[in-house]
Design a protein around this ligand. Structure first.
Ligand SMILES: N=C(N)NCCCC(=O)O
Ligand SMILES: [Zn+2]
Ligand SMILES: [Zn+2]
Length: 332
């Protein structure tokens, strides 16, 4: 008699990994090919303050159940024009940040091997570094749009180089981001000193503060960012704490005076036509959430990112002609 199949081994796969279906999409193993995959990274061993973002991916998936297939703001049905699937969670070692970073980089490389575009649900912001490494392996140094209350270009915390406050400094040092096209959007709040800003500028970042978004408005901000990026391969990293705590209380390092979820979504919608190659939504920590406010915001942000990627995928497919067209090799 074959032995019964037991529960998942919690010593190999952390018990906070698993469970299916962003936007009730099929799992990756249920489709022959995916143009876009959504994957979770339940990792928060890089945080400086409140922990809990390891539970972010499934919270966002839970909150994504109400998403509908047509996106009127972009006039697109993303799941009709591209095969989108949920790849589940990348199971990472919560006790070894270096190993976790390597695991994430390898998984991202594997998931994008055939030109598939990846939207990652975090997890804390540490995960942006291996995701950028994987993106740069494929595309060379990438343009970066970083939505966040924080700069995340600090050097170390308690001597640690790999944390959620340091990924973009490491990315600069590694030469994997294009210093001609780096922008933070939504920054605000107290810093450790003026030097934080001086160093950040030296790395090549431009800053659109939360107050700039308020004063200039979303259309002007999106237009300026579009100009700076041009047709470069673009990675978009969204720390949910870019939103005001009123719009995203469920996060680890909240700062007052943030942008609204409407402003964030409207800025993103201004990026149609950009060469977006990947994106993440990080720092959702459900223990501090109420009524799924943060989960719903993150789910909608991820949905608009998927919509933008789907539009880009369809554009590229139609430029290649009908034989390579979206849907040509798909079982539905
Ligand atoms: N990436 C996020 N969410 N926060 C970074 C905050 C780093 C600090 O505690 O100074
Ligand atoms: Zn942040
Ligand atoms: Zn961050």
């Amino acid at each position: 008699m074959t032995p019964p199949i037991g529960p998942i081994d919690s010593a190999r796969t952390p018990r906070f990994a698993g469970r299916d279906g962003f936007a009730r999409l099929p799992r990756l193993d249920q489709v022959e090919h995916a143009d876009i995959v959504v994957a979770g990274v339940p990792f928060d061993s890089g945080v400086s303050y409140r922990p809990g973002a390891r539970f972010g991916p499934n919270h966002i998936r839970d909150a994504s159940r109400l998403l509908r297939p047509y996106n009127p703001a972009l006039d697109v049905s993303p799941f009709d024009i591209a095969q989108v699937a949920d790849a589940g969670d990348i199971a990472v070692n919560p006790f070894n940040i270096g190993e976790a970073i390597d695991t994430i980089q390898q998984a991202a490389t594997d998931l994008t091997a055939n030109g598939t575009r990846l939207v990652t649900l975090g997890g804390d912001h540490t995960i942006a570094l291996p995701l950028l490494r994987a993106a740069a392996e494929r595309h060379g140094p990438v343009a970066l749009l970083h939505f966040d209350a924080h700069l995340d270009t600090w050097d170390t915390y308690f001597g640690a180089e790999y944390t959620h406050g340091t990924p973009f400094r490491r990315a600069f040092e590694e030469g994997i981001i294009d210093t001609e096209a780096l922008s933070h959007v939504g920054t605000r709040g107290p810093l450790y000193g003026k030097r934080d800003l001086e160093e950040d500028r030296r790395f090549g970042f431009g800053i659109v503060t939360s107050a700039d978004v308020y004063r200039q408005g979303v259309d002007e901000v999106a237009a300026k960012l579009r100009d700076r990026i041009g047709d470069r391969p673009l990675y978009i990293s969204i720390d949910i704490d870019v939103l005001d705590p009123a719009h995203a209380p469920g996060t680890g390092t909240p700062e007052a005076g943030g942008i609204t979820s409407r402003e964030l979504l409207e800025i993103l919608r201004g990026f149609v036509g950009l060469n977006i190659i990947g994106a993440d939504v990080v720092e959702v920590a459900p223990a501090y959430d109420h009524a799924e406010i943060t989960g719903v915001a993150a789910a909608h942000v991820a949905y608009d990112l998927v919509s933008l990627l789907a539009l880009r995928t369809a554009d590229e497919a139609s430029a290649q002609g009908p034989a390579a067209g979206v849907g040509a090799d798909r079982v539905r």
